[in-house]
Ligand binder design. Sequence first.
Ligand code: GTP
Ligand code: MG
Length: 370
Amino acid sequence: PEQIVVSDLAQRMAVKAREVTKLLMKMGEIVAADEAIDQATASLIVEEMGHNPVPVSDTKVEDDLQEAVEERSSNVQTRPPVVTIMGHVDHGKTSLLDKIRETKVAPGEAGGITQHIGAYHVKTERGVITFLDTPGHAAFTAMRSRGAQATDIVILVVAADDGMMPQTEEAIDHARASGTPIIVAINKMDKSTADPDRVLNELTTKEVVTEEWGGDVPLAKISAKTGEGIDELLELVNLQAELMELEAPTEGAAQGVVIESRLEKGRGAVASVLVKKGTLNQGDLVLAGEFYGKVRAMTDETGQRVKSAGPSIPVEILGLPDTPAAGSEFLVVSDEKKAREVAEFRANREREQLLERQNKMRLESMFEQM
Ligand code: GTP
Ligand code: MG
């Protein structure tokens, strides 16, 4: 079978050969640096060594920070629901968002240059609803894998003339895995080929049983083209939100999640963030992922300057030195030293994880060449 000399393996992982032999010994194999081991063992070694358990003192850095933030937040109040629209390609997700925005964003607000910030909020009679329009399941998964659950409710859009498709099923799985309640929106009801009953029947095979069929999943039949049923859909969102009793402290240091970020000519790093707790203010020192900086300016989704943003409200912030990854948590810190400490710790961890992935890839390609 394929073999590799321990010292070569060590070199490729950028560690001392002695560390590898020591680990081998722990695994019950006494091997010298110039001896060879088989691929399975080598893979185990890489996995073990690549697996960098975070030292206790380092997690403490983050825990302390978290505690300090929690302590400072107060005045818990009802907050708007954050909604993500999911569904199969071409089933009308973007059209639905556009229609909602068109009918619910006041003309004056929409008149300006509408910025794409990956999220926006609309006012309905029953309250504000925030939509994440970072489309697609990839973004949803990225956020989830970072533990940054940003969505309260999923609207599952299914075209009445097409029915349940692979990405519909995927969306259902994502929502389930994260415990996010689903509201079904059967779209394209204006079409003569619309067959909502067929769709509802198909959905039951994924155990999505709508209220119409005796289940408990709310359902709206809509047309993103004509606007039919959209008010009812928003009403269902509000009802669901009330059931969930969504709350957050409105005062204190803000905490939230990065929706997306980019570098813009003349503005620098621009990060769209969604506040989850507390209030974010212009001038706050923000730690986002591995970067920190003072919020120089904030704008809402219509490009208007705002001075502060509370729970569930999305804003764009300027002032970070670089672009934090989508799904990174952000929080406001009072102490620049602490911010630097955590930022450095995170940057190191990122580097280590990158190195680990590179090592794995190098080892794999090495064996392919043999
Ligand atoms: P992806 O972003 O590619 O996944 O698609 P999407 O789900 O955002 O669909 P999109 O809103 O782009 O709509 C796809 C097509 O369906 C477009 O041609 C829309 O005009 C059309 N469409 C969307 N909603 C409706 C509707 O309610 N009725 C009719 N007749 N057409 C619709
Ligand atoms: Mg779209």
